[in-house]
Design a protein around this ligand. Structure first.
Ligand code: IPD
Length: 276
């Protein structure tokens, strides 16, 4: 079995370097552009950090491929092949970055034969480096991570996201999902504004579940893997197999919690990331 530790170590180094660029830019004046909706933003720093990451990785691993949020926004296709592939979100939580709300992350997943081999999420304002490698567990700043193992939905703290969609169906589905969850009841519902950091809370055991509809593969590929390596369960929002291109994800402490949430939430239709 191939050992991708060299790539992981390089990924950890460049994720930290990218995080330093994000951190120094967060206090500065930003030029903000809109992408797919009034809540889907991009700044010069998103583009600069993605280029910095891709250039550094390509220089070291010239045959590897990339799926990057801003390259896709600029017109590249999302194509997950069997080749070693780096899936990059230079700033997960761009709206937070624009407002200086202190949860922003660099997210990097690495796949081979379409299977994730490692995931890195660097929450740079908090200086928290989450990572996991296949079969070797998940870590936060070097300390092992474990999901909570909670099985009782009524004792769960659930994280979700408002998302960037602003059409009526997406908004009514998102708000009614939260309503039905709170009525179950659960202990509470939270949203940090970055899918990557949200989902890492499940890996730490600080939250018991996370679900999201409408995000993209670069937002969650790394953190979904970190949750799995921390002993959590990752599925689609209806409890079926997770597909990182589907734009739906659930991550939870146990299968019982996946089932409890899947029974009350609904999804709205989203175009797959790998649709032509
Ligand atoms: C966004 C964040 C946010 C989620 C959006 C994503 P970005 O990613 O993950 O939490 O609600 O759906 O698009 O654009 O900041 O990389």
């Amino acid at each position: 079995m191939a050992d991708w530790s060299d790539c992981l170590n390089f990924g950890l180094t460049v994720a930290k370097q990218a995080g330093e660029v994000v951190l120094s830019a967060i206090q500065q004046q930003k030029e903000v552009k809109l992408k797919s909706s009034p809540a889907d933003l991009v700044t010069e720093t998103d583009e600069r950090v993605e280029k910095l990451l891709v250039d550094a990785i390509r220089n070291r691993y010239p045959l590897h491929r990339f799926i990057g949020e801003e390259s896709v926004a600029a017109g590249e296709r999302v194509e997950l092949s069997d080749a070693p592939t780096w899936i990059i979100d230079p700033i997960d939580g761009t709206v937070n970055f624009v407002h200086r709300f202190p949860f922003v992350a660099v997210s990097i997943a690495f796949t081979v034969n379409k299977q994730t081999e490692f995931g890195i999420v660097y929450s740079c304002v908090e200086d928290k480096l989450f990572y996991a490698q296949r079969g070797r567990g998940a870590f936060l700043n070097g300390e092992p991570l474990h999901a909570s193992g909670q099985e009782d939905i009524s004792r769960c703290l659930v994280v979700t996201e408002i998302g960037a969609e602003r059409d009526d169906l997406a908004l009514s589905t998102m708000t009614s999902n939260i309503f039905r969850l709170l009525k179950l009841p659960v202990h509470g519902v939270r949203a940090l504004g970055t899918a990557a950091v949200d989902m890492c809370q499940v890996a730490t055991g600080g939250a018991d579940a996370y679900y999201h509809i409408g995000m993209h593969c670069w937002d969650i590929a790394a953190s979904a893997f970190i949750v799995q390596e921390a002993g959590g369960v990752v599925t689609d929002t209806d409890g079926s197999a997770f597909d990182m291109m589907s734009r739906r994800v659930m991550a939870a402490s146990s299968s019982a919690v996946v089932l409890g949430i899947a029974q009350v939430i609904r999804a709205f239709p989203c175009r797959r990331d790998d649709d032509e």
